[in-house]
Write a new protein. Structure first.
Length: 314
């Protein structure tokens, strides 16, 4: 029988006001302020009738402090554990996103959201920036989306299976909260070089390296004060096997045959679309909206963890 118990040992929350500072008046400004939370947990473990499979006590520390240094907001996110497992995806993570006026820089493990279909909250280890001067919006992020898992040469086991996956995403937009248009793009692929080098991976790994390019948009137009028309959509080019030996002539989609002049396409490439549009009315007391959404079966994006596909709904 396994007995697991979890108890909160320390929960500390410190808050202070964070002010936006004017660099032209530094002498009269508070140089540092902070806010955030820190949590420390310990987990006890005991097994009866068999040898313990892990340490009797584990420690997990997580926090989300934010520092303000002369107007730069520097939020941190930290997760640490002393417990090691066979699952090799990153667990200990650190990242920060300092902000000054309309400039935000990103570094470390970040979860940006350019679009639900391009970069939609997927954790990325890398660097990027977001610029919002006036009505313009720009964004860029480059880094690693997945860390490769390694096959155990003794047990010949691998769970879950994954390649190193790297990519970049960009966004450009213009407008206000009421009326705007945004375009975004994602390009990502699995590490085919590592796949070629590892004979063991080729022998025991049933999955193949994939590649993906997604173009998306989101827009809204407000009119007559209370009415708004909105729309969002994307086109995803997904290649299931970058190393396929199937001839390119086996492609049946005429659009894909045209796209291969501008992008990497092979016989395992598929094109998927997602689209939604709606019109709504909203005042201070109530609102009404008519919406249509359609997503192709098996729609995929390497920038999102999960997308509900094969739907058409009003």
């Amino acid at each position: 029988m396994i007995r697991n118990c979890s108890c909160l040992v320390i929960a500390l929350s410190v808050a202070n006001a964070i002010y936006a500072q004017d660099l032209s008046n530094l002498k009269n400004q508070k140089p540092f302020s902070y806010s955030g939370a820190l949590e420390v947990r310990t987990i006890g473990y005991q097994m009866n009738g068999a040898a313990n499979r892990r340490n009797p006590f584990s420690l997990i520390i997580s926090g989300s402090p934010t520092l303000s240094i002369y107007g730069w907001d520097v939020p941190f996110s930290v997760v640490y554990t002393d417990r090691k497992t066979n699952f090799q995806q990153p667990f200990n993570q650190f990242g920060l996103s300092p902000t000054y006026k309309w400039i935000t820089l990103h570094g470390g493990y970040r979860n940006l959201n350019f679009s639900p279909y391009t970069l939609g909250g997927h954790t990325m280890l890398g660097a990027g920036a977001e610029l919002n001067p006036g009505k313009f919006r720009f964004g860029f992020m480059y880094g690693r989306l997945n860390k490769a898992t390694v096959i155990d040469s003794v047990t010949q086991s691998l769970a879950p299976q994954a390649f190193t996956r790297k990519g970049y995403a960009a966004k450009v937009g213009y407008g206000t909260k009421k009326s705007f248009i945004d375009f975004s793009y994602l390009n990502a692929k699995d590490d085919s070089l590592g796949y070629q080098k590892s004979q063991l991976n080729r022998q025991f790994n049933p999955i193949a390296p994939s590649g993906n390019s997604v173009v998306g948009y989101k827009g809204q137009i407000s009119f007559l004060k209370y009415f708004a028309i909105e729309s969002e959509g994307a086109v995803s080019l997904y290649t299931r096997n970058l190393h396929t030996t199937l001839p390119i002539d086996s492609l049946e989609d005429p659009i894909l045959k045209t796209i291969r002049k501008f992008a990497t396409v092979n016989a395992t490439s598929e094109l998927y679309t997602a689209f939604s549009a709606g019109i709504g009315y909203r005042d201070k007391k109530y609102g009404l909206k008519l919406n249509y959404r359609r997503i192709d079966p098996e729609f995929k994006s390497m920038g999102a963890y999960f997308i509900t596909s094969d739907i058409e709904a009003w």
